[in-house]
Design a protein. Sequence first.
Length: 462
Amino acid sequence: MAQKFPTRENVKKILQNFGVSEGVIYLNGQVLHERDDTDVEYPFRQESNFFYVTGVPEPDFHVVIDLATQQVELYAPNINPDHVMWMGMPDSLETLRAKYDIDEAFYVDKLNERLSKASTVYTLPIADRKLLEESKASVADADKNKALYTAFVEARCVKADWEVEVIRQANKISSDAHVKLMQTVKQGMNEQELYALFLYESVRHGALFQSYYPIVGVGMNAATLHYNKNNAVMKEATDMVLVDAGAEYRCYASDITRAFPVGGKFSEEAKVIYSIVLDMQKACLAKCKAGVAWEDIHNTATEVACDGLLKAGILVGSKQDILANHVVAAFFPHGVGHMLGLDVHDVGGYPEGVERIDAPGIRNLRMRRTLAKGHVVTVEPGVYFCDFLIDPVLKAAETGKYINQDMLNKYKSVGGVRIEDNILITEDGHINLTTAPKEIAEIEALMAAGADQESKKRKLEA
């Protein structure tokens, strides 16, 4: 990544998509928020669109982009003595001009005058409407502002090389943290210990924030898609633990899921379910390239899941009938993946005018568009044994006949398995940015080595 955040490059992409040459674009950045009835701030994270056109990670900034000249003006908060007392002296305007890829820097007390003189002000939903009203700015109508939002979305969807490298680094930090968890986990530990370890490994390698709240679920906890209690004891060595966690690096997300046995050895039942999910992911990855419709990738995952569940004996009957009755959605209820970038569920999943497919499972797909070179997406199939989802299908006459309850009960203790990688779409395929191991043999070998290392350490300390 370049020393300066490439604001001009990003602005150019947006303006090419927007096609307007007069007026200004105005955005305000995120502000600090405090907990109720306290003077304690929540951790600050910049709004993604504002970051995309400034690279500024601090609160209370504004930006104006002149459409005729493409000049970028940054507006910093005025110097406040109380703020300086608590937080230190902010960067001077001269420092801001040197630090960021901008044309000018001013204090915010100059902003009202600037906006009031613009022929038209285009903005996004995050805009401070009170400030726009005070400045008596001539704000564009909703349709034109919607067009601006679309221009931002399309620019952010196609990643530049430097963005891919930042996401790759986020993936490396996260992949290494997942490996550390595999090496450390043991019977009797609490989910919260793995949760804490993931945070520690992320922060010590330069990722102070997570892309989302980490999920650490053992056994049946893993059947809850966004489980986040992270406080159960891992009692059985044969239990599977699912970890869905990704560090954020320089505001860019990673999103990785791995599942592994607490005791380091997959049970026979866990091997079967894990292998089904791995086959689902491999089949999806094989089809990922520019020009492919994302719902086709999802449908591939569903078909492979059906094949695997039939082979395991959990499903019975005609594959065609099972798919037609959406039985697989009881075991694979979510979408196969989503866009990834400045946000973990990044913008652009559903272009203007594209509707969701209203059918079980696929209706939860977070993205429905044709893959293009430069997209970064997650591929995250899974199989889960959640009674709340399975029981209605099992009890319904038209669908229950496709489920073998004895075999269902045999595998239910596996809980849930999801395997998730982050990939860059290319013209003729993809590049996998995630390096955490996922083959059964690799995971068992890694965990065995970790157990041996821990045993030697204990002997030395004895």
